[in-house]
Design a protein around this ligand. Structure first.
Ligand SMILES: Nc1ncnc2c1ncn2[C@@H]1O[C@H](COP(=O)(O)OP(=O)(O)OP(=O)(O)O)[C@@H](O)[C@H]1O
Length: 273
């Protein structure tokens, strides 16, 4: 393991942002945190980079110099060009001379930023800016990459570039811990953690999460029970936790989006009952 959190709890005043969450990241592995707004994704990532100390539980991670972090913020300096941003972070990590230039030009190519290499970060598109942030996090070949929603708001083509950069970093041996709201993207990660208001509702590979999911999901235009249903395209999905759909709606094979929603709904129903 290159990094691990064990039973981590973090509170902010009356809010429990994380409630006994565990996650482990192996070298070469991509672990994706998924979950809606306020699930605790950013808080968990921040415990790994040492920005937040857990109230209880413990976090094991490489030293600061061996971590690359792309925060939820812009991730680069607006008033510097792409090359200047990379030179600046390279300097922080002790890279100089030909080594710095070599790595800088390499990540510029990997990120598809060559045409914008001398453009100010403030003049980049949103997708280019996120790719620059990811390139800055990877420049020093960290052992652990921590990426907070690298692809949110990024167009589909840049998302492919970003995913390739992340996969290549993992293939070169880095452990990657990232959050994402794109569940199709999360399905490709080796390991998933489904977070819901501070709790891990499911952990494991996509196959593990699917295998551990019980109950039945149906699809119809009018659901029987609105509090167990959600919209998917033009249809509505409905979840039957005991597995028996008490209607003649079509049974569907749930994907990760269905599973995440069904698990969150189950938790809400358990809390009110
Ligand atoms: N510094 C803070 N002070 C007070 N509350 C916080 C702080 N950081 C996070 N929280 C709260 O902790 C909970 C988890 O927030 P977090 O940002 O980790 O979630 P998230 O899954 O990253 O969601 P989002 O994508 O909306 O940021 C939320 O209820 C949030 O309001």
């Amino acid at each position: 393991m290159i990094a691990a959190a064990r039973s981590v709890t973090v509170t902010f005043g009356a809010t429990t942002a994380l409630d006994g969450v565990s996650v482990a990241v192996a070298p070469g592995q991509v672990v994706a945190l998924v979950g809606g707004d306020g699930a605790g994704k950013t808080t968990l990532l921040r415990t790994f980079v040492g920005e937040i100390a857990p109230d209880s539980g413990d976090v094991e991670a490489p030293g600061k110099h061996r971590i690359g972090y792309l925060s939820a913020g812009p991730g680069s300096w607006s008033a510097l060009t792409v090359r200047q941003n990379l030179d600046f972070v390279g300097g922080i990590y002790g890279l100089t001379g030909d080594e710095l230039v070599g790595r800088r030009e390499d990540v510029i190519d990997r990120a598809g930023l060559r045409i914008a290499a001398d453009r100010l970060a403030s003049a980049l598109s949103g997708g280019m800016r996120r790719k620059l942030g990811a390139a800055m996090a990877m420049l020093h070949h960290p052992d652990l990459l921590v990426l907070d929603e690298p692809s949110t708001g990024v167009d589909p083509v840049s998302r492919i570039d970003l995913w390739r950069m992340i996969s290549e970093a993992a293939a070169a041996g880095a452990g990657v811990l990232m959050s994402t709201t794109y569940l199709d993207e999360a399905e490709r990660a080796a390991e998933l953690v489904v977070l819901d208001r501070g709790r891990a509702l499911a952990t494991g590979s996509y196959d593990d999460v699917r295998a551990g999911f019980t109950g039945t999901v149906t699809s119809s235009s009018v659901p029987t029970r609105s509090d167990w249903s959600w919209r998917r395209g033009r249809q509505r999905r409905e979840y039957w936790p005991d597995g028996d759909p008490a209607c003649d709606a079509d049974v569907v094979t749930p994907d990760l989006e269905d599973i995440v929603i069904a698990l969150s709904m189950t938790r809400r129903h358990q809390e009110v009952s």
